[in-house]
Design a protein around this ligand. Structure first.
Ligand code: HEM
Length: 453
């Protein structure tokens, strides 16, 4: 048997490891590591834990497929993730996750999500009618509000513009903000690094209160649905009505709550950021924007876009795919080795963190020609498609995003509806500062001048 070795990586500080460099500019650091070191890069972020960045598609496939169950997502021990997401699809593991995935799958059946196309188009038309020629708007903020409205409608059949729904949206917004603030707390990471992770401040009061408010609201909706059963055409109706084929059981209130919050939080910010980056990239490439506009005008014309248009909007799809390549909303995925694993002849000890970065892989010159150029045309040639483990904006293997189809449909319909009416010009031609938090988002929004077509 070949002798096992440890991969190499940047040396870092004797006490703080690679945390300072990573913390200063994670995207640059990850890119540098993936280009300067081998297929597996050894990193140090926590006192008692090894971290490894994977750059080889075969290793990425191995981890994503997780056939031997050697890797977990590691969220189970995280009090913040536990409080917010409970044991929902994003955070659960093993047989519990598998059952929840099977029960949730019908809600994402292509036939079912097709019904949401109309809501997506109606809501984006409503947004566009509020805009005027010459307005200056933060396009990220606009997209967050739009996708939040769509998520609330498609999940709970609630319209954000009406009475109680405003409270629901405010509660969701508060949870999201408090959650993001706590997850990005640098202090928390440093305590972990110097081996004092047990002192990490427990979930803060603001987040606890926000989650409690949201829970009350969601449980009230669930109770109302249980008292008046029937299909309201939303995701919640599907989740309530599906039964496990093996034992006939269905989801408890707690499981429904966990799944609904998970779908809301996993689904709306990701799509909003994808669209924001698309509008930013288009504003920097007027020729591509024009080509997109021409396609949408030809296929959709003056009527509202429909589900049937999607198969003809190939350039629109390519713009979204290329946006997700260059500005992947989920830029980093982590897994934890539950046991000793050998990858590419290297020893990955039990407990190690394994990192897989869309940002690094999607920009790797070994796999993409001219990788830093925004070129939707690169997706024209279907013979030349990158492997699933080189380009993976929605992850891979059994834990691939359950909302991929929903998200692509939403992104394409919103893009088509908006681009037909408005063109965007970046107000300050400064590079947009990125914030690689859980999602890759613009740190200070993206201010755009709106030009009516
Ligand atoms: C452009 C938009 C989106 C992107 C880039 C995205 C990306 C991802 C990625 C990379 C994962 C895998 C995470 C991992 O392996 O650790 C994931 C999982 C997930 N996503 Fe998405 N997502 C998007 C939209 C959505 C939408 C619209 C929904 C729901 C309506 C959704 C719900 C979920 C859920 C529930 C999971 C966990 C699946 C499981 O583990 O079984 N996502 N997403």
């Amino acid at each position: 048997m070949p002798e096992k070795t440890m991969p190499t990586g940047p040396k870092g500080n004797p006490v703080l490891g690679n945390t300072i460099e990573f913390g200063r500019d994670p995207l640059r650091f990850i890119t540098k590591c993936s280009q300067q070191y081998g297929e597996i890069v050894r990193l140090k972020f926590e006192k008692d834990r090894e971290s490894f960045l994977l750059n080889d598609p075969e290793h990425i496939q191995y981890v994503f497929m997780n056939k031997g169950g050697e890797f977990s997502k590691g969220y189970q021990q995280d009090p913040i993730m536990g409080l917010v997401f409970g044991n929902g699809l994003l955070t659960s593991e093993g047989s519990f996750w598998l059952r929840q995935r099977r029960l949730s799958q019908p809600a994402f059946h292509p036939g079912r999500i097709a019904d949401y196309a109309d809501t997506m188009v109606r809501y984006s038309e409503r947004t566009v009618t509020k805009w005027n020629d010459g307005d200056k708007r933060d396009i990220n903020d606009e997209m967050m509000q739009l996708t939040m409205g769509i998520a609330t409608k498609t999940l709970f059949d609630l319209d954000l513009h009406q009475g109680d729904s405003r409270d629901a949206s405010r509660a969701l917004d508060t949870v999201m903000t408090a959650f993001n603030t706590q997850m990005t707390n640098v202090f928390r990471h440093i305590l972990h690094l110097i081996g004092l992770g047990r002192l990490v401040p427990p979930v803060n009061r603001q987040l606890k209160e926000a989650v409690a408010d949201l829970d009350n609201m969601i449980y009230a909706i669930i109770e109302e649905r249980r008292n008046h059963p029937g299909d309201r055409g939303d995701l919640l109706s599907m989740l309530i009505s599906t039964y496990d084929e093996d034992d006939g059981s269905s989801m408890t209130d707690q499981q429904l709550r966990d799944e609904v919050i998970t779908l809301f939080l996993a689904g709306h910010e990701t799509t909003a950021n994808t669209l924001s980056w698309a509008f930013y990239l288009l504003s920097q490439h007027p020729d591509i924007e024009e080509k997109l506009y021409q396609e949408v005008s030809r296929v959709v014309g003056d009527r509202p876009a429909t589900l049937a248009d999607l198969s003809k909007l190939s350039y629109t799809e390519n713009v979204i795919k290329e946006t997700l390549r260059l500005q992947p909303t989920v830029w980093l995925i982590s897994r934890y080795a539950e046991q000793d694993v050998t990858l590419g002849g290297y020893d990955i000890p039990a407990g190690s963190e394994v990192m897989i970065s869309q940002w690094a892989m999607h920009r790797n010159p070994r796999y993409f020609n001219d990788p830093l150029t925004f070129s939707p045309e690169r997706w024209d040639n279907s013979d030349n498609k990158p492997s699933k483990y080189v380009y993976f904006p929605f992850g891979g293997g059994p834990r691939i995003c359950i909302g991929e189809r929903f998200a692509m449909m939403e992104a394409m319909l919103l893009l088509a509806t908006i681009v037909r009416e408005f063109r965007f010009e970046l107000v300050d031609q400064l590079p947009i500062k990125m914030e690689p938090s859980i999602t890759l988002r613009p740190k200070h929004g993206i201010n755009m001048r709106l030009h009516k077509r």
